[in-house]
Design a protein around this ligand. Structure first.
Ligand SMILES: Nc1ncnc2c1ncn2[C@@H]1O[C@H](COP(=O)(O)OP(=O)(O)OP(=O)(O)O)[C@@H](O)[C@H]1O
Ligand SMILES: [Mg+2]
Length: 248
């Protein structure tokens, strides 16, 4: 006679809720009704809803000026939304004070800015080591990453000695240094030739996969977008899945 399943106890139910399988369903990022306008009254993001699963790599495309960088800046805390809620790894940012929000972002986020923001008075190695230092991690990875982005032997150089594409690669190395849970990349290959861009995209993907991280990459490049798991297009009406012709 087949045995009947025993009723689940409250303790077993609690244990199941704490299991990794349940924790893994917490999205890396969730935006609910995210809204942002600037002084001239134009609404850039209008009640934007978005969910990024843990381990997912999404590309965001869309016409210039539509709000892609604004979207990333809000997630990164570089700008404040007018309304809506932002949850990073299940934590509602509105519930944190400034210090706690800064700490969480420092630990969990890596950001490749559209304008690099490499610090001019630090060497390349010091620039890349910055997130390691801030998070109390060993600094040796800085040199490894400079090698990985194709800048071996340049660790002691200063940013003014570099080309635009080389600076972009320093910014990429810096964003990856502390193995962030969520990588935000704003046109990370915008200044690179196609071969270097392909190498950098492969590095980004490998790093994301190896650390189980999630990523949002804003790009105008169809080739770059094609390296993501999912491609979305930002329009004035929100984020929508790209049709094949939008990026293929
Ligand atoms: N600090 C600011 N003050 C006022 N307006 C701003 C500010 N930042 C962005 N904007 C405006 O918000 C809109 C969205 O800008 P955003 O930089 O997000 O566009 P984008 O989609 O990243 O464009 P691109 O593809 O050219 O980088 C633009 O109209 C821009 O002029
Ligand atoms: Mg932009």
């Amino acid at each position: 006679m087949p045995s009947l399943p025993l009723p689940q106890t409250a303790g077993q139910r609690d244990a199941a809720l704490r299991s990794p399988a349940v924790a893994a369903t917490t999205p890396a990022l969730e935006c609910r009704g995210l809204t942002k306008s600037y002084g001239n009254g134009r609404i850039v993001l209008d009640h934007l809803d978005f969910r990024l699963e843990a381990g997912e790599y999404v590309a965001v495309m869309g016409e210039s000026g539509v709000g892609k960088s604004t979207f990333l800046n809000l997630i990164a805390g570089l700008d404040a939304p007018d309304g809506g809620e932002l949850l990073i790894d299940g934590v509602a940012m509105s519930g944190l004070d400034d210090d706690a929000a800064t700490l969480l972002r420092r630990q969990k986020l890596g950001f490749i800015f559209q304008a690099f923001h490499v610090l001019p008075h630090l060497t390349l190695e010091q620039n890349v080591a910055l997130p390691l230092m801030l998070n109390g991690l060993p600094l040796a990875r800085a040199r490894q990453l400079l090698d990985a982005v194709g800048l071996p032997g340049r660790a002691g150089d200063f940013p003014r000695q570099l080309s635009g594409g080389e600076l972009q690669r320093v910014a990429i190395a810096r964003a990856l240094a502390h193995r962030p849970r969520l990588l935000l990349a704003d046109e990370p290959t915008g200044n690179l030739d196609p071969d270097t861009a392909a190498d950098i995209l492969a590095l980004l993907r490998d790093e994301i996969r190896a650390s189980g991280a999630s990523a949002i990459m804003v790009t105008h490049s169809h080739a770059a977008a094609a390296s993501a798991d999912r491609v979305l297009v930002l329009t004035r009406d929100g984020l929508f899945p790209a049709r094949g012709g939008d990026f293929a």
